[in-house]
Write a protein that binds this ligand. Structure first.
Ligand SMILES: [Fe+2]
Length: 312
């Protein structure tokens, strides 16, 4: 009997599980269309019990676009597109327990990331995801007005700690700074496919808002970063060996929970090349996809809590 691809939402505002497809095989045209569409709608796709080899994971990813090589993360020498994240008592996890979109220090941050669980801890090691589309939608009108048209400066700041203080380390760092100069990205990014607005700043790589005083920038960024913390915007993914997650890195942030050490957690990741982010001042803008039913409240429904305080 032929298997049918099924899409099952797993959280009201972000995430769907995809079953009925074997990622070891080339994806058929109808399945490819369905996966692409689901990625735009649900932003994070979860595939269970996909026991791929590293090579099969790379082959799966290549069907969705060109893969990139991470400039700082450990990879396999014979398969440079594959990042190997192998954490255990002698190599505790680091740098990923901060909300972020992958590699926004690039001029053209990745379009998507595909992460596969190879070895999972018995307890812990989940990943949290946040829809930055929901994060934008639920801002109040005045804050939306304030951030429209602003640009933010990004930097590979967490990876700076990987370079030594010695002359060799400093030379290597300078080389990377030349290769990855700080990009300016719009704070409100227009998703190039869905046309929806996305909040595109993250505490791992965004360092300041352009044209604002340092103190203003810091406080406004705090408000914006906090949007990823809202549980209604989130999905918490529990990994089992063979779980594969494919997320739209343009509209999603994630946070790897560092609660499993000294247990081992081994993951393999590939990254799809993206394009240069643009805001609503760009032309022509993509047509906006109708917004799906979302369970969060939009700005018009947010109660005015400050007034309530005075009426008490
Ligand atoms: Fe990441």
């Amino acid at each position: 009997m032929e298997r049918q691809l099924r899409i099952t939402p797993i959280s009201p505002n972000i995430g769907a599980e995809i079953s009925g497809v074997d990622l070891r095989q080339p994806v058929s045209s109808p399945d490819y269309e369905a996966i692409q569409r689901a990625l735009m709608e649900y932003e994070v796709l979860v595939f269970r019990k996909q026991h791929l080899t590293s090579e099969q994971q790379v082959a799966f990813g290549k069907q969705f676009g060109a893969l990139t090589v991470h400039p700082f993360s450990p990879n396999r020498s014979d398969l440079p597109e594959l990042i190997v994240l192998d954490n255990h008592k002698d190599n505790p996890p680091r740098l990923s327990d901060v909300w972020h979109s992958d590699e926004t220090f690039r001029q053209d941050p990745p379009m998507g990331t595909i992460l596969r669980a190879v070895i999972t801890p018995e307890l812990g090691g989940d990943t949290l995801f946040a829809s930055m589309t929901a994060a934008y939608d639920t801002l109040s009108g005045p804050v939306k007005t304030l951030i429209e048209g602003l640009d933010a400066l990004h930097d590979f700041k967490p990876f700076r700690t990987l370079f030594g203080e010695d002359p060799e380390g400093r030379t290597k760092l300078q080389k990377m700074e030349k290769q990855y100069p700080n990009p300016l990205h719009p704070v409100v990014r227009i998703h190039p496919v869905t046309g929806r607005k996305v909040l595109f700043v993250n505490p791992q790589f965004t360092i300041s808002l352009q044209g604002l005083k340092e103190v203003e920038s810091r406080h406004i960024l705090d408000i914006l970063f906090n949007q990823a913390h809202v549980p209604e915007h989130q999905l918490r993914l529990h990994w089992e060996t063979g779980t594969v997650a494919f997320w739209d890195n343009r509209s999603v942030q994630h946070y790897a929970v560092h609660d499993y050490c000294p247990q081992r957690r081994k993951m393999e990741r590939i990254t799809l090349k993206g394009d240069i982010p643009f805001g609503s001042d760009s032309h022509p803008l993509p047509e906006v996809w109708p917004r799906p039913e979302m369970s969060y409240r939009n700005e018009d429904e947010i109660p005015d809590t400050s007034r309530r305080h005075f009426e008490r």
